[in-house]
Design a binder for this molecule. Structure first.
Ligand SMILES: [Ca+2]
Length: 241
């Protein structure tokens, strides 16, 4: 009789655990450069490689020749083989189909995740030099489609040059499409390059990036191994009583 009660207690504990485990706000991905993949990757997601669009002449992931203390950094420049004129094209999202002056990465929600709510994206960005204005931002896709244009963070112009950093961040908790993500969902973030005025005249104007971070709250189904350990532990405690 006693043993049956213990088994029941253990089963109840396991059922409660199977209901999944929610995390507090955590760092999901952190790209620190020197390599295409993220240096930090939370167990709930898989971070894809930083990838250049075809409109970049320079996409240097391991740039150690900058004065930034956090080097290596990522340095990009446009190729000039286009008519990218900045704001107008940023506003119409044509970066994806025409000029491709951007870099991007994906984040795939893991199979063990029942719910993922994105909270924030942030990165360090700086102009390589003082001349010309050059702009960037965050464009958002989910499962291959751009989110509503109103969700994009556009036309951000870094105010300082190397070796200083500007921190560009965006509150993702206000983007409904990035809440309640489930296993297999693919988030894609595009970081565009734009200049004010004719793009062809600014092929020398670089932007530096570092520490691209995505944060969120993940609800994860415990792995079978840890579940088994909890079950065994519960049984052991129950037997000792
Ligand atoms: Ca770095």
């Amino acid at each position: 009789m006693m043993w049956r009660r213990h088994m029941k207690l253990a089963a109840m504990v396991v059922v409660a655990l199977i209901g999944s485990v929610a995390s507090a706000d955590v760092l999901l991905l952190d790209y620190q450069m020197s390599q295409a993949g993220p240096q930090v990757e939370h167990a709930s997601v898989e971070g894809g490689d930083l990838t250049a669009g075809n409109g970049l002449a320079q996409f240097e992931l391991n740039n150690t020749g900058t004065p930034h203390s956090s080097k290596p950094v990522l340095t990009i420049r446009p190729d000039g083989n286009n008519t990218f004129t900045g704001n107008a094209e940023l506003d119409t999202l044509s970066i994806g189909s025409e000029d491709q002056q951007y870099f991007s990465f994906t984040m795939t929600v893991g199979a063990n995740v029942t719910d993922l709510d994105l909270t924030e994206i942030s990165m360090n960005v700086a102009r390589g030099g003082a001349s010309n204005s050059r702009k960037t931002g965050f464009y958002y896709k989910l499962n291959g489609s751009f989110l509503a244009e109103s969700n994009m963070l556009k036309n951000y112009e870094p105010a300082v040059t190397s070796p200083n950093w500007n921190v560009l961040s965006d509150d993702l908790s206000t983007i409904s499409a990035y809440q309640n993500l489930v296993a297999g969902d693919v988030v894609e973030i595009l970081v565009p390059y734009a200049v004010s005025g004719a793009g062809n005249a600014h092929t020398f104007a670089s932007l530096h990036f570092d520490d691209i971070q995505v944060r969120g709250e993940a609800t994860i189904i415990p792995e079978p191994t840890s579940l088994s350990l909890v079950l065994l532990g519960t049984l052991a405690i129950a037997r000792r009583r």
